[in-house]
Design a protein around this ligand. Structure first.
Ligand code: NDP
Length: 245
């Protein structure tokens, strides 16, 4: 696709699920993708498979909770392919639990990865976008950025925050920088693995067993937002399986 071909796209959380599918899809459309996450073995396998199919991809170990690490990731992307055109802030965790389980460490981890991780991505990429006078943030939130239910209190809180941050960012940046929010419904990925309560994990997996979107559906939404003319900013895309009410 012409509007995507050659673009440099940095993707956080690209070792599985939506991030991996996004890297694969954008590379198949001619983007040069830079994959980041903590599991280097997975990143290496995905990168190798993209390259074997003729795509352009590199990877770097990344922990989005560390601002210097995120800056180094953007710097690495720039050295490999040139300054990124797009940052997909996708890394996230979802250890659902009831508030009165007091899983304080998990609350902190969700805040650190889902909120601070996105802010770190903004802090690392915005100066690059501003100096080049163009760029696009694509922040992956969730339908939980506008919906709360029992066990999702903290997770939804982090996604509500990312939605607010994305809207504020959109209003503050120059007209040459685009900010897009992609809010997936239940999607095939490893996300439920982060639920530490075995009963809740079982429930979460069973609830959506047959009603999951393929991760590629979200990758296509990302590609759609990227492919629009430079002065068209797709602000939000919400994607749900038809069975998810
Ligand atoms: P996965 O668990 O498959 O992917 C999550 C990714 O985040 C992994 O690549 C993981 O890599 C990475 N990650 C986690 N912690 C860190 C960290 N500290 N630094 C860098 N990377 C990290 O789940 P999904 O693909 O589903 O999740 C992607 C995004 O989509 C998340 O933001 C999630 O909230 C959102 N989402 C998912 C939905 C779903 O139903 N699947 C629905 C709505 C939203 P590693 O462990 O190697 O670091």
């Amino acid at each position: 696709m012409k509007s995507i071909e050659g673009k440099v796209v940095a993707i956080t959380g690209a070792s599985s699920g939506i991030g991996e599918a996004t890297a694969r899809h954008l590379a198949s459309l001619g983007a040069r993708v830079v994959l980041g996450a903590r599991r280097v073995d997975k990143l290496s396998a995905v990168t190798e498979s993209i390259t074997a199919e003729g795509g352009k991809a590199v990877y770097r170990k990344l922990d989005v909770t560390d601002i210097e690490n995120v800056r180094a990731f953007i710097q690495f992307a720039t050295e490999q392919f040139g300054a990124p055109d797009v940052l997909v802030n996708n890394a996230g965790v979802m250890p659902l639990s009831m508030i009165n389980s007091y899983k304080i460490e998990e609350w902190h981890r969700m805040i650190d990865v889902n909120i601070k991780g996105v802010l770190h991505g903004i802090a690392a990429a915005l100066p690059v976008f501003e100096s080049r006078n163009s760029g696009q943030f694509i922040n992956i939130t969730s339908v939980a950025d506008r919906w709360v239910g029992p066990t999702s209190t903290v997770y939804s809180g982090t996604k509500f925050a990312v939605r607010a941050i994305s809207e504020g960012l959109r209003q503050e940046v120059s007209t040459t920088i685009r900010v897009t929010l992609v809010a997936p419904g239940a999607t095939e990925s490893e996300l439920a693995e982060s639920i530490s309560d075995p009963e809740l994990k079982k429930l979460a997996i069973e609830r959506f067993r047959t009603d999951l979107l393929p991760a590629a559906a979200i990758a296509k939404a990302v590609a759609y937002a990227m492919a629009q003319p430079a002065d068209v900013d797709v602000n939000e895309i919400v994607v749900r399986h038809t069975a998810q009410k």
